[in-house]
Design a protein around this ligand. Structure first.
Ligand SMILES: N[C@@H](CCC(=O)N[C@@H](CS)C(=O)NCC(=O)O)C(=O)O
Length: 234
């Protein structure tokens, strides 16, 4: 079967896995998970017991969660090495290091801001969370700006899985407005370059449910019911 990516809306971190699938250009399907409504259902908990997105149902029907694991799984299928590197190589280690940084420091910098936006009832708590989150987001942008230097993409001359993941998280500044990306000119250039990429345009269209032009891999949506029916009997 073709792999199925369970992606979360609105604005899930699974965006990067959609972009990576498009860059991989091998057949895949998508399954849309509204967060939190669908993510907390018993049916989706059979796909991902944590109720989180993304999860990938792989070509052999196995369920794989965590962006880092999914992206590395896709990298291993990239035999032409267009968006990843051979495990054991120095470049693979560099990519893995960058992905780990993005998936921990960069992702987590936004966590207090999301909490303030979605859960903090008390104004003083919300303000403290925002101050803490703003400092974190500034720090990781400065760090990433230094790591990027004058390279066109995070790992060098061509785009990789790290750029796919980056663009799905970097756009969260839109919700929180704690930094102006133009203060980080290398990151701003990377952001604009990626936003113009057809796979990123495709992923936005998928999230917005507007006309989406695939590079060839996308084979349509799978419903959660279809996915659950494809699971082995319990
Ligand atoms: N460590 C996980 C984190 C996944 C995660 O936190 N996903 C969020 C969306 S970015 C989610 O599913 N949240 C559930 C919800 O908001 O209902 C990963 O990197 O894949």
């Amino acid at each position: 079967m073709n792999p199925v990516l369970f992606y979360g809306v609105p604005s899930g971190c699974s965006f990067g896995s959609i972009v990576a699938l498009e860059w991989l250009a091998q057949p895949y399907r998508l399954c849309r998970i509204e967060m939190p409504e669908l993510a907390i259902t018993p049916a989706y908990r059979r796909i991902n017991p944590l109720g989180e997105t993304p999860t990938l149902m792989t070509a052999d029907g196995a369920l794989l969660s965590e962006s880092l694991a999914i992206l590395n799984h896709l990298g291993a299928r990239d035999e032409a090495r267009r968006i990843g590197f051979a495990q054991g190589s120095r470049d693979f280690d560099r990519l893995n290091q960058m992905l780990a940084y993005l998936n921990t420091s960069f992702f987590n910098a936004f966590s207090p801001l999301w909490h303030a936006l979605e859960h903090a009832g008390d104004a003083a708590d919300a303000a403290a969370l925002r101050r803490y989150g703003a400092g974190n987001v500034e720090k990781v942008h400065a760090q990433l700006e230094a790591m990027l230097g004058d390279r066109p993409y995070l790992l060098g001359e061509h785009k990789t899985l790290a750029d796919a993941y980056f663009i799905g998280i970097a756009r969260w500044t839109r919700y929180h407005e704690v930094i102006d990306r133009r203060d980080y000119p290398a990151l701003q250039r990377l952001y604009e370059r990626l936003e113009a990429d057809p796979a990123v345009v495709f992923a936005h269209a998928i999230e917005r449910q507007t006309a989406a032009v695939t590079a060839g891999g996308y084979q349509g949506h799978f419903s959660l019911e279809q996915a659950v029916a494809a699971l082995p009997a319990r």
